[in-house]
Ligand binder design. Structure first.
Ligand SMILES: [Zn+2]
Length: 152
């Protein structure tokens, strides 16, 4: 689904274990509000990201880039291991019980870092929404980084 994200939205940063080389690695996703009054939602399977946001992601998080998933046989924006370069599937990160972006309790939310992103025009992405019920609590208990402002 392609949609515009209202600001602020968030880059969410966490730690995962590479399924291939077992190293501890950084992983990110994008989170935002789908409608007014809704909870924060983590997006996954991003197939399109506005160029203005891509420029930031490419510099700050080079391990997050378009990759081909053999599992779902399609290309999307995916995390890659910073050591062995293996693609870290969004299905694992967002839907498995151990997934970094599928918090099961507040302690899992506490381990995530949020970077607010502000932009004076709407930024569009194409993605799916997480069904996780408590990820919104990350706003209250997660670590908040300095904001990024996208100037147009
Ligand atoms: Zn690895």
């Amino acid at each position: 689904m392609k949609f515009a994200v209202s600001h602020p939205f968030y880059i969410v940063n966490g730690i995962s274990i590479c399924y291939k080389c077992s190293a501890k690695i950084p992983v990110i996703t994008i989170a935002g509000f789908n409608s007014i009054g809704s909870d924060l939602t983590f997006y996954n399977n991003l197939t399109f990201i506005d160029e203005r946001l891509v420029r930031i992601l490419t510099v700050k998080f080079p391990f997050y880039r378009i990759g081909f998933s053999k599992f779902i046989q399609k290309e999307y924006w995916a995390n890659h291991c910073i050591y062995c370069d293996a693609l870290q599937g969004d299905f694992f990160l967002h839907y498995e019980v151990d997934g970094t972006f599928n918090p099961q309790d507040l302690n899992n939310c506490k381990e995530l870092i949020l970077t607010p992103v502000y932009c004076d025009v709407s930024i569009s992405i194409e993605a799916e929404f997480s069904q996780n019920k408590i990820c919104g609590a990350t706003l209250d208990v997660g670590l908040m980084e300095n904001e990024i402002i996208i100037k147009t």
